[in-house]
Design a protein around this ligand. Structure first.
Ligand code: B12
Ligand code: SF4
Length: 507
C-alpha cells in the first residue's frame, strides 16, 4: 500500500481502533504504556500478546498462530498496527508477522529498542513506519493523523521510506517528566494471548504471581555488550539519560497491580539500576510499606549499592539483588566490557548485599572470544572471595546489534562482517543456545565448571584439591557440575518457597 499517496483510507468513524502486538512477553511494559496513552486519546486498543517468553527453548511462530493473529487484526479493522520490536533475538517471528499482516492493508508501525536503533532494516523489510524512542506521544499523533487523513511527515521521531530513501525525523516528543505518561495498563481491556497454536482471550498478566515494574528509564553506564549506551546517544541534546518517576506514580501503579492481579506474590523492579536519587528511596520505603507490602527484587550495579540503601529496602520487603560482575578479570571488565568498577567496588557491593541479609545473584559472562584462560581463572579466584550464600548466573556473551562490542570484535579481526552478521541475525534458537552453550577447550570447560561449582559450599573441599590443575580431574569435575545443577534446582525451589513464606509473613 502506498501510504504517501493514499491518505483517505476508510477507517471506522466512531470508535477508532489501534492494534498493538507484543512479542514473546506477556507483560510487555512498553506496550502497556502505549495502550494506556492511546486509550486516553480516545482509541479502542486491542493488544495481542504474541507468544510466550522462554529463554531456554524459544519457539518460532507457526502458520496456525499467524492465522489466528491475521484473523484478530482483520476483525479489528485498526487505524494502525503497532509492533513492539524490543529485541533482535526474535526478528524471524517479527518478519513472519509483518508478511502475514501486510496484505491486510493496515499501516504497520514498529517501535521499541531494536526498531529505534535500526529503523531502516524494518522499513526495508515491509514496515510502513518506525517510531524511535518513547512511543507514547508520537504513536497517538500518528494514529490521529492517519485517522483524519492528515499529513504526518513532520511528526517527530517518525521514520518512513520514500522509494529507496529512508526518511528519519529527529527524535522528539520525549518527556523528561515521565510521570506525565501516566501509568501502564495493568489490565489490557481488550487483550488476547496467542501461544502454542491457541488464542486465549483476556490479559495474561492478570494471573501472574510476579508483577514487573520500571521506576526509571535509561542507565548512566556504558557497557559495551548492552544497547543502553547507544539508545542514550540517540536522544536529543539536553534530554536526560536517566529519567526517574516519582514515588507516587510508582506506588499508584503497584496499587493498581495489587487490585487487579489476584495471585500476586512479589514485585520485580526491572530498572536498569534501581533509583537512588536523594530522598527517593526514603519516600519509596515509607509508601511501599504502607500501600504495597510485598516482597520485591531489584537489579543494581556495584557502584550503586550501599549497605544503607539495601538495609532500608530490606526493611520493607527487598529479598534479592541481581547485580552484574560479568568477569573477575579487571582487564576484561575495563578493556572489553567497558565496566570501570574495581575488584574492590564489586567485593564491597557483594559484602553489603550479604550484610543487609538479602539474597545476591551475580551475573557473569564467560567463555567469549575476548577471554583468556587466565581471565577465567581470575574469575574463579575472585568469586572465592564472595561471602556465602549467593548465586552465580553464568552466561555466554551474546553479540547484539547496536552494541559497541560488535565493532570491537570486528576491529580486532575476531570475525568478518559476514560472520558477525550471521551471528547477530541467526534464528532465535541458535541465538539463545549460544547464550547457554559454547564450544570451548577442555581447559576452559574445566575452569568454568570450577566456578560453577564453587557457589555450593558442600563441593568446595573437592574444588580446593583440584584447583592446582583442574584438567587432570575432568571426569570428576563433570560429575560435580551435574551435582551443582541439581543443587541449583533445589536452591531455586527453596528461594521461591522463601518468597512465598515472606509474603505470608507480610500479610
Ligand atoms: C526491562 C527489560 C527487560 C524485561 C522486560 C520486562 C517487561 N515487563 O516488559 C525482561 C527482563 C523480561 C527482558 C527480557 C529480554 N530482554 Co530486555 N530489556 C529491558 C530494558 C532494560 C528496559 C525495557 C523497558 O521496559 N523499558 C521501559 C519501557 C517503558 O520502555 P520500552 O519497553 O522501551 O518501550 C517504549 C519504547 O521502546 C517504545 N515502544 C515499545 N514498543 C513499541 C511499539 C510501537 C509500535 C511503538 C511506536 C513504540 C514502542 O514506546 C515505549 C513507551 O515509551 C531494555 C533496555 C532498554 N533501555 O530498552 C532491555 C532490552 C530491550 N532487552 C534486551 C534483550 C536482549 C532481552 C532478552 C532477549 C534477553 C534474553 N536473552 O532473554 C529478553 C527478550 C524479552 C522480549 N520478549 O522482548 C536488549 C535488546 C537488544 C537487542 N539488540 O536485542 C535490551 C535493549 C538490553 C540490552 N541488552 O541491550 N528485558
Ligand atoms: S549497567 Fe546494565 S543496563 Fe547499564 S549499560 Fe551496563 S549492562 Fe546496560
Amino acid at each position: 500500500m502506498n501510504l504517501l499517496d493514499n491518505k483517505a483510507v476508510l477507517y471506522p468513524l466512531v470508535r477508532p481502533v489501534a492494534v498493538l502486538v507484543a512479542f514473546y512477553n506477556r507483560k510487555a511494559l512498553g506496550v502497556r504504556y502505549l495502550e494506556a496513552t492511546l486509550e486516553r486519546a480516545g482509541f479502542v486498543v486491542h493488544t495481542i500478546f504474541y507468544k510466550d517468553f522462554n529463554s531456554v527453548c524459544p519457539a518460532p511462530t507457526t502458520p496456525v498462530e499467524l492465522d489466528l493473529l491475521r484473523g484478530e487484526v482483520a476483525e479489528a479493522r485498526p487505524v494502525l498496527v503497532g509492533l513492539s520490536v524490543m529485541s533482535s533475538m526474535y526478528l524471524d517471528t517479527v518478519y513472519q508477522v509483518m508478511d502475514a499482516l501486510s496484505p491486510l492493508g493496515f499501516p504497520l508501525v514498529c517501535g521499541g529498542a531494536y526498531a529505534t536503533m535500526f529503523p531502516s532494516r524494518l522499513l526495508e523489510r515491509g514496515a510502513d513506519f518506525v517510531i524511535r524512542s518513547d512511543g507514547e506521544i508520537p504513536m497517538v499523533r500518528l494514529a490521529q493523523a492517519l485517522r483524519r487523513g492528515e499529513d504526518w511527515r513532520q511528526l517527530p521521531s517518525l521514520c518512513w521510506q520514500e522509494g529507496t530513501v529512508v526518511r528519519e525525523n529527529p527524535i522528539g516528543d520525549l518527556l523528561s517528566d515521565i510521570d506525565s505518561y501516566g501509568i501502564p495498563a495493568v489490565e489490557c481491556r481488550d487483550a488476547c494471548f496467542i501461544e502454542k497454536d491457541v488464542l486465549t482471550r483476556g490479559d495474561p498478566q492478570l494471573f501472574t504471581r510476579s508483577y514487573e515494574v520500571i521506576a526509571s528509564r535509561g542507565c548512566p553506564f556504558t557497557c559495551s555488550y548492552c544497547c543502553c549506551v547507544n539508545l542514550r546517544r540517540l536522544l536529543p541534546r539536553g534530554a536526560p539519560g536517566v529519567r526517574t518517576r516519582s514515588v507516587e506514580s510508582v506506588i499508584s501503579e503497584l496499587r493498581e497491580a495489587k487490585k487487579r492481579c489476584k495471585k500476586l506474590v512479589f514485585i520485580h523492579f526491572y530498572d536498569e539500576i534501581f533509583p537512588n536519587l536523594p530522598g527517593w528511596v526514603e519516600q519509596f520505603c515509607r509508601e511501599y510499606q504502607q500501600h504495597i507490602h510485598l516482597p520485591f527484587t531489584i537489579w543494581s550495579h556495584p557502584q550503586m549499592v550501599s549497605l544503607q540503601l539495601l538495609s532500608q529496602l530490606k526493611a520493607v520487603g527487598l529479598t534479592e539483588v541481581i547485580m552484574g560482575s560479568q568477569s573477575g578479570s579487571e582487564r576484561v571488565r575495563r578493556e572489553v566490557f567497558h565496566r570501570y568498577e574495581s575488584q574492590q567496588d564489586i567485593l564491597q557491593a557483594v559484602r553489603a548485599i550479604r550484610q543487609a541479609g538479602v539474597w545476591g545473584s551475580f551475573d557473569f559472562m564467560l567463555q567469549h572470544p575476548f577471554e583468556t584462560i587466565d581471565d577465567l581463572k581470575e574469575s574463579y579466584f575472585f568469586v572465592k572471595q564472595f561471602p556465602s550464600p549467593y548465586e552465580l548466573q553464568l552466561h555466554g556473551l551474546n553479540f547484539l546489534p547496536g552494541t559497541d562490542i560488535v565493532d570491537m570484535a570486528l576491529a580486532q579481526g575476531l570475525y568478518t562482517r559476514e560472520e558477525m552478521d550471521a551471528i547477530l541475525y541467526a534464528p532465535m534458537e541458535e541465538q539463545f543456545s549460544a547464550y547457554w552453550m559454547r564450544t570451548v577447550s577442555p581447559e576452559s570447560q574445566a575452569w568454568y565448571r570450577m566456578l560453577l561449582c564453587w557457589q555450593f559450599p558442600p563441593l568446595r573441599l573437592l574444588l580446593r584439591h583440584w584447583e592446582q590443575d583442574p584438567l587432570t580431574h575432568t571426569t570428576a569435575l563433570a560429575r560435580c557440575a551435574c551435582l551443582a545443577g541439581l543443587l541449583g534446582q533445589m536452591r531455586y525451589v527453596w528461594k521461591k518457597g522463601q518468597v512465598v513464606l515472606k509474603r505470608l509473613a507480610m500479610k
